[in-house]
Design a protein around this ligand. Structure first.
Ligand SMILES: [Cu+2]
Length: 514
């Protein structure tokens, strides 16, 4: 009862979690052992809170689906028993369930599917954080104050009556001595109650401070950016967590697709220039990136980070890019200083198909075209139908190659800049966090304290590889990205893929209805 009350009280303070800015829900598309499936995790509005999970199998099969939340900071052997998913009524292949996320920090949700074809599991990492602190509703505050007054006055009254009359025979009136005892009891109780009220206030403040420590209002951590020109080259210098971390603290980052940091730059205004770069750590929390030949202007930066422990976040800031000085910088970017996986694109705004077009096609300068096989209208909390077909200048399907291990990297940004997400064909969770949990599972299984549960959980995760590149038979030229827009509005979508050793970027606009 007390626990439930505490949970309810703490819940009042916490709202929404997010991995990417403003887009908290997680999506997975790929195999779960022998079963191809799409998984959606709707993140709770509160911490502790309930995440809603749904699993849609490609084919209707009789299977058992269960979910297990693994907390990053405790041993896998201490995980609770898995929750069973239930078949949604009227559906043949859609299973749903709920999971309690009790703490702040990194979790991995293990989705298990058991059936005739065998067993499959997949790990989907998520970061449980609160992003807002709600005020105490004034009515609740008044009711609680009233209850507290009643309790305190009641306690004083009872103690005073007990001190005065406990030693008397029934019917006997209290004398001077008894009345004094009663007053002493009342004063003592008052002192104890005052102490308890102050103690309670202190406890509340400590709890609140603890909550605020985990509070991430919007993007996190803070990010500072400046551009310096050295040897005719514009170099972007980034500092993460100047305020969030104590000075001298090196945030323990882990690499995602082999890079510690994935940075997106988008030119504000017309959003007609885009780059996906991988700054290199120069020391502590300072990173450098040699800038590609992007046009000058005001840019918004989104920076994806995954921390040791399996939590991930997106930091954001803005920076002014000075013009490339043609006199100094006649050569293209010195290759030694640019990461080969860095990519950038600038395009005429009218190259972006209008958001009302029914068959939007983006044509790249070399004649390659990218067609968005969209199903209109695009609605919030429905599949965004991000299906793309890439064709070469002659109209033939263009064979795609893995770009940093994935068939495609995509970014989504709402017109007001409040929603940003980084997507892949396998989903929008952090791959680095996924491999962190895979390693944790394997390590704890090999220690083998409780071999049973841990060993089955640590079976190799095929999705880690199959869904990344062109794992199918023959060349792949179509892309599907599982995603649902969280809010209505106008969005720009950039999709990036690699072909013939070149990284290509296409842009689309979408209007999303509620
Ligand atoms: Cu990516």
């Amino acid at each position: 009862m007390i626990r439930a009350l505490l949970v309810a009280l703490i819940s009042l303070f916490a709202v929404t979690t997010k991995g990417h800015v403003g887009s908290p829900d997680l999506f997975y598309s790929g195999p779960v052992g022998p079963y191809p499936a799409r998984i959606t995790i709707r993140m709770p509005r509160v911490v502790p809170g309930r995440a809603e999970i749904s699993v849609r199998l490609e084919k209707a099969e009789s299977v058992e689906v269960s979910f297990l939340p693994l907390y990053g900071r405790t041993a896998i052997a201490n995980a609770p028993p898995p929750d069973q998913g239930r078949l949604v009524s009227g559906e043949t292949n859609l299973y749903a369930g709920e999971l309690w996320l009790m703490s702040f920090g990194a979790y991995s949700v293990e989705v298990r599917i058991k059936g005739e074809k065998g067993n499959g599991t997949v790990q989907i990492p998520l970061t449980s954080v609160a992003t807002r602190q709600l005020p105490m509703p004034s009515m609740l505050g008044k009711v609680l104050s009233l209850l507290a007054c009643t309790l305190v006055l009641g306690a004083i009254g009872i103690a005073s009556a007990a001190g005065r009359e406990a030693g008397l025979a029934p019917g006997q009136a209290p004398g001077k001595l008894e009345r004094r005892k009663g007053i002493i009891a009342a004063v003592t109780t008052m002192l104890i109650m005052t102490g308890a009220l102050f103690g309670g206030r202190h406890w509340w403040k400590v709890e609140e401070a603890g909550f605020r420590e985990h509070l991430r209002e919007g993007a996190w951590p803070d990010l500072n950016a400046e551009v310096k020109i050295t040897e005719g080259q514009r170099v972007l210098r980034l500092e993460i967590g100047r305020e969030a971390f104590k000075s001298g603290y090196n945030p323990p980052l882990i690499p995602d697709h082999g890079k510690l940091m994935h940075l997106f730059l988008i030119r504000e205004g017309r959003r007609d220039a885009f780059a996906h770069l991988h700054p290199v750590r120069i020391d502590g929390n300072t990173f450098n990136a040699a800038l590609p030949p992007l046009p000058e202007g005001h840019y918004t930066l989104f920076c994806d980070l995954t921390f040791e422990g399996g939590s991930s976040s997106t930091a954001t800031t803005e920076v002014e890019l000075p013009a490339l000085d043609a006199a100094v910088d006649t050569s293209p970017v010195p290759p030694s200083r640019v990461d080969p996986d860095d990519s950038w694109a600038s395009y005429a705004v009218d190259a972006v198909p209008t958001k009302d077009s029914n068959a939007p096609v983006f044509r790249l300068a070399d004649g390659t075209s990218v067609a968005w096989k969209t199903e209109r209208p695009v609605r919030t909390r429905h599949d965004a139908s991000l299906r793309f077909e890439v064709t070469d200048p002659t109209g033939q399907p263009l064979a795609l190659e893995p770009y940093m291990g994935m068939l495609c990297h995509a970014a989504v940004l709402r017109s007001d800049g409040t929603i940003f997400a980084h997507l892949h064909p396998s989903g929008n969770y952090s791959m680095a966090a996924q491999s962190f949990f895979a390693t944790k599972l394997a390590r704890e299984a090999s220690v083998g304290a409780d071999a049973d549960g841990a060993a089955s959980a640590a079976t190799p995760d095929h999705s880690m590889h199959q869904s990344h590149g062109s794992a199918g038979n023959g060349p792949v030229s179509s892309i599907y990205l599982p995603y649902e827009f969280p809010e209505p509005g106008d969005y720009r979508i950039w999709i990036q893929f690699k072909s013939g050793g070149r990284i290509l970027t296409a842009a689309f606009d979408a209007h999303v209805d509620s």
